[in-house]
Write a protein of this length. Structure first.
Length: 67
């Protein structure tokens, strides 16, 4: 997914996040529940490696256990 993160007092960074998780589909209700989401990769092309790693850790704090 494409994302943008703006750290408090910092500059917005645009990037891409790859995730995987377990899916449960309810065709009648037209609902998909994703549980146990895991970030498998991130890419922030405008950031150096150290800053990109910090942004990945920051993003992971926003991932709920189920959505």
């Amino acid at each position: 997914m494409a994302i943008s993160l703006t750290p408090k007092g910092g500059k917005t960074a645009v990037g891409v996040v790859e995730m995987k998780g377990n899916t449960n589909i309810d065709n009648v209700a037209k609902l998909v529940v994703i549980s146990n989401p895991q970030v498998t990769g991130t890419y922030f092309p405008s950031l150096d490696k150290a800053t990109a790693d910090k942004m990945e850790q920051r993003f992971k704090t926003f991932v709920p256990p189920t959505f």
